[in-house]
Write a protein that binds this ligand. Structure first.
Ligand SMILES: Cc1cc2nc3c(=O)[nH]c(=O)nc-3n(C[C@H](O)[C@H](O)[C@H](O)COP(=O)(O)OP(=O)(O)OC[C@H]3O[C@@H](n4cnc5c(N)ncnc54)[C@H](O)[C@@H]3O)c2cc1C
Length: 400
């Protein structure tokens, strides 16, 4: 899509572009290029760098520390960040619990938690899913029983992304079982991960990575003041959070960068072979993804504009989540095809060798292809599976 920018917007674009070109530490850049995992400290340092620049919380209202950017500025920022292939922001604090706290939390909670989220002093994780309660989240069984001035928490959360690093977790827990609708008995509670009775157990995924965890709560005492909003309203608050999460999962800017790279690659005669451009089937698929991506981009901008005018992203965010992840996975598949034999299955020990070989002949990106392909299968599951998003669209957008 072609958007014509004003002089001010162009100046802003140049400022953001320069920042990402010059300020990302070279050690971090080298890790990114080699596909080496970015640890907690690297991520925190990077987020602090964004914060100091005023780039960390584009969607927050100004009164809570947001930059007060227009929709176009947010679009420019996301595009430049993706074009620079800068690391993603970890969303659990700034894009998830932060908006819930400034929308529904008490004044004390805003003062206590928001500054540390902005400055990445505290790492948050998300405690929604449970063994047996994923898509049907309202069936969750973790209990929060009120005992005087505190809740006693018992239960298990699962798939908790990067919970091994977390200082705090936000959970949906059942505070009442005597309700007409299961959703009414659920509350939104903030828990310090260092509280006695919490244990974190890693779930090692097929690629050998430690990205997700199980978090167990055994008689964990949590002060009543850590309840956000009203008891029993957690489902409503949690839904707002999920809509923010889904809106943030579109990944348009990132997909555009990847598609442009594929198009460029298709025009090159790599290793003496015919350029992929002469493969009509490949080019037809590339064009089809491009069309989907453009439609997604316009829908995304419409949602951003609605959010900028103070609305929470509604159930339409489910459309963004489905399309954004479908497009990303289509690009994953096309990249695999373009890389051919160079997209070897991800075998960590072999990976480094393969990377160095590929780097020598100048195709270092290809070796990340299979890693990205397999890892990104998760995208149509987390944030609520795409099948469930289709149910939401059918019911709440189409009214079926
Ligand atoms: C990598 C990764 C990271 C995650 N991180 C977090 C996290 O940090 N915090 C957190 O709380 N959760 C997290 N999740 C959990 C995620 O939200 C759940 O996996 C997701 O909601 C699906 O739930 P489930 O795994 O229990 O699958 P199930 O609910 O058992 O679903 C299994 C399959 O059945 C389909 N299905 C189920 N019900 C229906 C229906 N009514 N109609 C049509 N199809 C249906 C689903 O689409 C899916 O394909 C993560 C998941 C992954 C994979």
């Amino acid at each position: 899509m072609d958007i014509s920018f004003t002089d001010q917007e162009l100046a802003f674009r140049d400022e953001v572009r320069t920042f990402f070109a010059e300020e990302i530490p070279s050690a971090l850049r080298a890790k990114l290029e080699r596909g080496i995992e970015i640890g907690k400290q690297d991520q925190v340092d990077y987020q602090k760098l964004l914060f100091r620049q005023g780039y960390f919380a584009p969607n927050w209202p100004k009164e809570y520390g947001g930059p007060g950017w227009t929709t176009i500025q947010k679009y420019i920022y996301a595009s430049e960040m993706a074009a620079a292939e800068a690391p993603q922001i970890i969303p659990f604090g700034v894009n998830m619990v932060g908006p819930v706290i400034y929308s529904f939390g008490s004044e004390e909670q805003k003062k206590r938690f928001l500054p540390d989220i902005l400055e990445s002093n505290v790492w948050w994780c998300q405690g929604y899913s449970e063994p047996g309660s994923g898509s049907d989240l309202a069936s969750l069984k973790t209990r929060a029983d009120l005992e005087g001035d505190h809740y006693l928490i018992n239960g298990t959360k699962t798939w908790t992304t990067l919970g091994q690093y977390a200082d705090w977790i936000f959970v949906l827990a059942r505070t009442n079982t005597e309700v007409a609708r299961r959703q009414e008995g659920i509350s939104f509670i903030l828990i310090d991960m260092s509280t006695a009775g919490i244990s974190v157990k890693p779930i090692i995924t097929l690629d050998g990575a430690h990205e997700v965890n199980e978090v167990h709560f055994e008689n964990v005492r949590v002060p009543l003041e850590n309840l956000v909003g009203d008891e029993g309203k957690g489902w409503t608050y949690g839904k707002v959070l999920l809509q923010h999460e889904r809106t943030n999962l579109t990944g348009v800017a990132h997909s555009k960068v990847r598609l442009a790279r594929l198009r460029k690659q298709a025009g090159e005669a790599i290793r003496g072979a015919e350029p992929l451009r002469s493969d009509r089937n490949f080019m037809r698929r590339l064009g089809a993804i491009d069309v989907e991506l453009k439609a997604l981009e316009i829908t995304d901008l419409r949602t951003l504009a609605a959010v900028a005018s103070g609305k929470a992203p509604g159930p339409e965010s489910s459309i963004l989540k489905i399309k954004g992840t479908e497009v990303a996975q289509m690009i994953d598949a096309l990249e695999m095809e373009a890389a051919g034999y160079y997209a070897l299955p991800y075998v960590p020990a072999q990976y480094q060798v393969n990377f160095d070989d590929a780097a020598r002949i100048g195709y270092k990106n290809e070796t990340l292809t299979s890693l990205r392909y397999f890892n990104n299968r998760k995208a149509s599951i987390y944030g609520g599976s795409n099948e469930i998003q289709k149910n939401i669209v059918a019911k709440h957008v189409l009214g079926l």
